[in-house]
Ligand binder design. Structure first.
Ligand code: ATP
Ligand code: MG
Length: 335
């Protein structure tokens, strides 16, 4: 089924404050697209967060406000984007149950994102069933509002592939209902962690947060991994795999100067402290306005909750409509 409208949906798991990886991977696109497409949705994925935090509901509850504050501070506009809470839309859970019949256990275990995250979390065979099937609930998150554009980091691409398989099976079994979904990755599809890990993640303890103070940013950058063989200023240094240069490449707007600095570093004669100090200033320039706006917004938490309440009511109406159609298609519309 061809959906002519452009409908965007994105979201965050409320498992911690948001970081630079979110900013370059997804938030920049969220902000850019809102108002330019037909509809935009932003979801706080609290049910998904619980799939790996069942024993810590307080953590999830507390971080709902944090992730919303981060997004608002980056420019997400509730007048252009419907902002809502996943658990308040029971239709998503209903849709998940129906989608689960279209997916095999083997396919879920093969999903590269699930595999990576299971490894990060050290699960093995003792993975919570809810966690293993979260790609299916993610398909329901996307499809309940007939979204077809999903701005995400590269780590989420396999999720979109699996969503499209669900779309195909659903349409084949029950008639044309949903349309295919496209992922949209940001300029930096996957930002590495400050420890050099392949992904900055809020559950990985390797992030620079959008709410970090100047002091916190400085401390983290000063501890960054450079080139272990670059001991004296005059030693030739390696730029590849050097976290500081990787970040400068992404965040420093002056590309010419960075090319020059890299040359110097490779030759020898440029100290780590010089490039680190430069990176601190570059990151501070990006984070400072976000931090200030966030502090301002955090003064009125009730107002933020009101935004979520209003958005949730709107999303619920859409979800009810979709479920009416779905129930009809699956022939479970009895009375
Ligand atoms: P968790 O560790 O709890 O999974 P997370 O840091 O991976 O947290 P999510 O809430 O899972 O954050 O991700 C929200 C969005 O941000 C997703 O679209 C994800 O792809 C994107 N994202 C997260 N980390 C990065 C990163 N390091 N680089 C690019 N995009 C990222
Ligand atoms: Mg994640």
């Amino acid at each position: 089924m061809e959906n002519k409208q452009k409908i965007v949906l994105t979201g965050d798991r409320p498992t911690g404050k948001l970081h630079l990886g979110h900013f370059v991977g997804s938030i920049q696109n969220r902000v850019k697209l809102q108002g330019k497409v037909d509809k935009s949705f932003y979801m706080v994925a609290d049910i998904q967060a619980l799939t790996s935090n069942a024993d810590n509901p307080t953590k999830v509850r507390e971080n709902v406000l944090e992730v919303v504050l981060d997004n608002l501070a980056c420019g997400l506009d509730p007048n252009k984007t419907t902002m809502f809470i996943q658990s308040e839309i029971p239709e998503i859970a209903e849709l998940t149950v129906l989608f689960l019949n279209l997916v095999t256990l083997a396919r879920l275990k093969r999903n590269p994102t699930v595999k990576d995250e299971m490894k990060d979390k050290g699960y093995g065979e003792d993975v919570p069933a809810g966690f293993l099937m979260h790609p299916v609930s993610q398909a329901a998150d996307i499809l309940f509002c007939h979204s077809n554009i999903v701005p995400v980091g590269e780590d989420q691409k396999p999720m979109i592939e699996q969503t499209n398989e669900i779309v195909d099976d659903f349409n084949r079994f029950y008639g044309e209902t949903f349309s295919h979904v496209k992922h949209l990755v940001g300029d930096t599809p996957r930002l590495i962690g400050i420890d050099g890990n392949s992904k900055m993640g809020k559950s990985l303890n390797n992030a620079i947060y959008l709410s970090d103070s100047y002091e916190e940013i400085s401390k983290k950058v000063m501890n960054m991994y450079t080139d272990p063989n670059h001991i004296h200023v005059n030693d030739p240094g390696k730029v590849e795999g050097n976290v500081v240069f990787t970040y400068l490449d992404i965040f420093d707007p002056n590309k010419e100067e960075i090319t020059e600095l890299k040359k110097q570093y490779k030759k020898g004669g440029l100290g780590d402290v010089v490039i680190k100090k430069r990176l601190i200033e570059v990151l501070e320039k990006l984070v400072a306005p976000i931090r200030t706006k966030r502090e301002e917004l955090a003064k009125d938490k009730d107002a933020v909750m009101k935004i979520l309440e209003k958005g949730t009511m709107h999303a619920r109406e859409i979800a009810k409509e979709t479920m009416k159609q779905v129930r009809m298609r699956v022939q479970i519309d009895y009375f």
